[in-house]
Ligand binder design. Sequence first.
Ligand SMILES: [Zn+2]
Ligand SMILES: [Zn+2]
Length: 144
Amino acid sequence: MRTAAETAREDQMRAACAELDTILAKVAASAGTTPIDIPHDGWFGNQAKAFLDLFRAGNVQACRHVASSPTACMAAVWKPGIVVCFPCSAFALRAAPEEDNRCDRCRRHTDRIFPGSLPIGPVALAYGLCRQCSDDLGVRQGRS
Ligand SMILES: [Zn+2]
Ligand SMILES: [Zn+2]
């Protein structure tokens, strides 16, 4: 038997995942792209695992909006250990100047970053890749 609290939390989690889908679809639409299925293996799998390892170890700082209940939220490959709601992400996940325009995979500076996000449950794990890495991973889209 599940307790009512567990059921309520699962409902919240499901709602949070659905909310994230809606948000990602909106973000993609405003960028003139569509959400794509990101492979959950290889480099992306490693990023997801690193994030979940931090999360399970309790080494994650959340803004007060997501700390209380499951909600759609955002994390970033370039800022490990931080999970925040979308409004907070604008400043909480801003890249340090030396990280700006740096590819999260090959770590090279590039004039153009191709951003995207990997959904992990209700969390969108944001990343930025150079052209070469986006192509290598098969996730580049939009105008080049
Ligand atoms: Zn917040
Ligand atoms: Zn790269």
